[in-house]
Ligand binder design. Structure first.
Ligand SMILES: Nc1ncnc2c1ncn2[C@@H]1O[C@H](COP(=O)(O)OP(=O)(O)O)[C@@H](O)[C@H]1O
Ligand SMILES: [Mg+2]
Length: 420
């Protein structure tokens, strides 16, 4: 079988710029920005730009054969989306080479692929012609695409007015029906509802059976197992393993480096006496085993490891509060031992471990920022704003096979309906 995609030493480097500057002098900022756009950095006397190289992908090489169905796995920030963007030519590698044989259609993040000012109908034709199809060929597929996407009523609306769910429906329908030889799908499917996801996976299976090459990024191991024959495991921009899917998935799930743990010992942006300090945050699953994420509707816990100051012999009246913020920075709740009535009057343990246990994780899938706060004897001992983010994976909270739709809030409230 011939090679569909060959990646040779793909590297994607970003230069991160940290600018240290005074918070005033708006006019100067404007001028500086203009000058920078012209390629010259104009800096004020007290301004400094610190740059730092960062590798989103680092020396990644592989061959994918025609008809191979490849799942790409790895935790957030591993470089999965960057790899798909390079293969779909949305971005260029900093180093390395890529050979592709066949037309590529991709379903990447919401916001790529479609022209926002054009209507759904116009975008279908635009995408088809990008894939090298004639108008007649696209017309033949048109009805099927519209039927699959379920956005018929909005076909003549510019896609910038679509909700993210509608956008993904249409984008998936286009990518899957326009008969590309290579189909790339990033985890955007996660924004659709469970039923639509099922439909998409079914369609991808059809595409796969017709011998097309598929690259599929997902956090859903069941979906990868179901659809793919091969998997690639990326970690910190590097390829850890590629091969038979079950073996690679097992490596990924075993890998302790992929357990979610936030180290706090070196954090300097904290206040408090230091009588106790937060040392790390970990997540545990329903069995109390370290986990990479919490899951909506399942039991799970947040484990806080603390360190007692050697100067303190006994910790009295330890109070712990964990503020949880959503992706736009709104405080959505506070986990707090006084609120729950769990008082800790005395402890002389040097490295206390505190588990915050949830019988049914109420948070909707997403990333949540956490703030940690501890007092000892009513005095602030440690306080870290934005200590890190914890991922929550989608889960079937109600056992109904349905997820809380996009834009309908951050957490689940256990409830039932009754008709009298
Ligand atoms: N345009 C960019 N500028 C700087 N860093 C970026 C850019 N795009 C992605 N990154 C970083 O590259 C890393 C890999 O990102 P990504 O490929 O999106 O990971 P994944 O899809 O596996 O979650 C992340 O740390 C991300 O923050
Ligand atoms: Mg991604």
């Amino acid at each position: 079988m011939s090679v569909a995609i060959r990646a040779e030493h793909l590297t994607k480097r970003y230069v991160l710029r940290h600018q240290v500057r005074e918070p005033y002098t708006a006019l100067r900022d404007v001028l500086a920005r203009k000058a920078r756009q012209a390629g010259k950095a104009l800096l004020g006397r007290n301004e400094q730009i610190i740059t730092e190289d960062f590798h989103a992908l680092n020396d990644v090489s592989f061959d994918i054969l025609q008809g191979q169905r490849v799942g790409i796995i790895g935790r957030n920030g591993a470089g999965k989306s960057t790899l798909l963007k390079i293969i779909s030519r949305i971005t260029e590698p900093s180093e390395g080479r890529l050979f592709i044989k066949g037309r590529v259609a991709s379903l990447l993040e919401v916001g790529t692929g479609f022209h926002p000012e054009l209507t759904g109908r116009e975008n279908i034709f635009l995408n088809g012609s990008i894939l090298g199809m004639t108008k007649a060929e696209i017309s033949r597929k048109f009805d099927e695409i519209v039927a699959f996407s379920e956005v018929e009523r909005f076909l003549d609306t510019p896609v910038k007015r679509y909700s993210s769910g509608m956008y993904v429906r249409l984008a998936f329908a286009v990518a899957a029906h326009l008969e590309p030889e290579i189909l790339l799908v990033d985890e955007v499917l996660a924004v659709g509802d469970a039923e639509f996801q099922k439909k998409c996976l079914g369609k991808m299976r059809d595409v796969a059976q017709s011998g097309r090459t598929i690259l599929f990024v997902s956090h859903n191991m069941a979906a990868i197992q179901n659809l793919c024959d091969t998997a690639i495991y990326l970690r910190n921009g590097q390829l850890v393993e590629m091969g038979e899917k079950d073996r690679v998935i097992a490596t990924y799930l075993r890998s302790t480096a992929d357990l979610h743990s936030i180290q706090l010992a070196d954090r300097k942006d904290r206040t408090g006496s230091g009588a106790v300090r937060f040392d790390s945050i970990e997540l545990c699953d329903e069995h109390g085993q370290p986990a990479s994420a919490l899951q909506s509707g399942k039991a799970g816990s947040i484990r806080l490891r603390l360190k007692k100051s050697p100067a303190v012999s006994v910790i009295r009246n330890l109070h712990i509060a964990v503020g949880i913020d959503d992706e736009i920075g709104q405080r959505i709740t506070n986990l707090n031992n006084e609120l729950t009535g769990n008082y800790f009057s005395e402890s002389s343990v040097n490295e206390p471990v505190i588990d915050i246990l949830m019988d049914k994780v109420p948070f909707r899938h997403g990333q949540y920022a956490i703030t940690l706060y501890a007092t000892v004897n009513n005095e602030v001992a440690d306080w870290i704003g934005n200590a890190g983010t914890i991922p929550v994976e989608p889960g079937d909270f109600f056992g109904s096979g349905k997820l809380l739709p996009d834009g309908q809030g951050n957490f689940y409230v256990g409830h039932r309906f009754k008709l009298h």
